[in-house]
Design a protein around this ligand. Sequence first.
Ligand code: SGN
Ligand code: CA
Length: 523
Amino acid sequence: MNNLIDRTKRIISASVAGMAVLPLVSACGGEQEQKPMNVLFIMCDDHSYQTISAYDSTFIKTPNIDRIAADGVRFTNSFVANSISGPSRACMLTGKHSYENGFTDNSSSFDGSQQTFPKLLQQQGYETAVIGKWHLTSDPTGFNHWDILIGQGDYYNPTFICNGEKVQREGYATNVTTDLALDWLENGRDASKPFCLLLHHKAPHRTWMPDTCDLELFADSNFPLPETFFDNYDTREAAKVQRMSISKDMDIVYDLKMADKDSTIHSRSDLEAWGRRIYNNMNPDQKRAWDAHYDVVIEKFKAAGLEGKELDAWKYQQYMRDYLRVITSVDRNVGRVLDYLEAEGLMDNTLIVYTSDQGFYMGEHGWFDKRWMYEESFRTPLLVRLPGGKVKGELKNMVQNIDYAPTFLELAGAEIPSDIHGCSFLPLLKGEEWTTNRDGVYYHYYEYPDEHAVKRHLGVRTETHKLIHFYEDDVWELFDLCADKHELNNIYGKPGTEEVTALLKEKLVKLQKQYNEEQFIAE
Ligand code: SGN
Ligand code: CA
């Protein structure tokens, strides 16, 4: 209880401090008036930090996404609370961990009657909109305008639900979603009010389908296999039984588009059928462009007759090429939005956030997908540009997606409700002291068995260590992140780890109490 009161006091004092220093924008006649900040919250689905050049330029250059970082900050220890789409989105909207907001896995339905930051911003006089992926089953609440994809949405000619009405739109999802956002900014909103726009792309979610204009990119690239590509999962029991392996679970037809016209290539029957169905949803022009590219790849693939490790390596290259093509389109579309803000003079009073609903495996541990508390999926990219922000470049503080809601609220000058779990990181952007005292972040993943068979787990991460509990099997893992950055060596129970284990367990229990998850405290 004391913790809660302390935290609340800290938040309220941070909030008051924040309101006093909102940037000043010149008004006609030379006087200075305080203009409220807009919020542009761009989020992709499954965009790994490994494929944003502001973080890592090994694979791709993302010049437009990097524009946000160039004049803002790049969080290098930004984490999610539950590494999967719906739950992540619910954490962001509410600023609360999954158990508390009630949306624990992708089969949940969001209780739209609860408190969310868009609702609180509306009360603050903001005009709010969500455009693109929503994935929370129930209809959006707290938005003046919503135009959302159904479920995961389709890459080609997707159907949206626009304020309750179904509308199918011709084109490629990332372009169409951006068009809708630009149209709302230009024509849809009440320009006398500050806006908060959630521009949430479906890309680059599985099955990583590129726009037709990007199909030839990376065709000759060969990407280095990650060091851990052939991981044998020694010391990690749950990792041995997952089903997200590029080698075993990534489907040749469905994921890698080897749907040959004479149907001689076969894969898992349900996935093969889906792969062929996706193709059939394209229009004739889209199919022509698609065939001109993939038919050539298919013929080469058939001729090569690959097996074993050679086939695994080929699958990896094919996966990376498509994924990066999809990112190229995301980056181009981010550029369109930034150009619009620049042209309209909105850069000086708009906070821009770029993030993903979680991280993603680019072949590390031999995987695609996410879900684990291991670094690649627990971390998520987070780039933030605050106009007039005093701090630029890398920020190493541990932040989490439950922090976005209080950050936006503080920026808007709204009071941060005391039941929000997250902490505003606005002070960090302004170069002010961050008074959260956070020395560990909490994680809890629930969706088991589901298609990728990642067991339920929870845990705590500090700057140096990670403790994970696969609680249904009562299996623990402990990693020394300084000595073992790839988390290959579970040292739980090893001599010499008693002290650090006890410390981490104590932190874990403290966080579980703080977030009302007492029932998950290990006996
Ligand atoms: C789909 C995907 C999975 C993915 C989940 C969750 N399969 O079910 O690979 O893990 O979404 O992703 S697919 O065959 O439909 O592509 S999430 O990011 O939306 O949570
Ligand atoms: Ca996702």
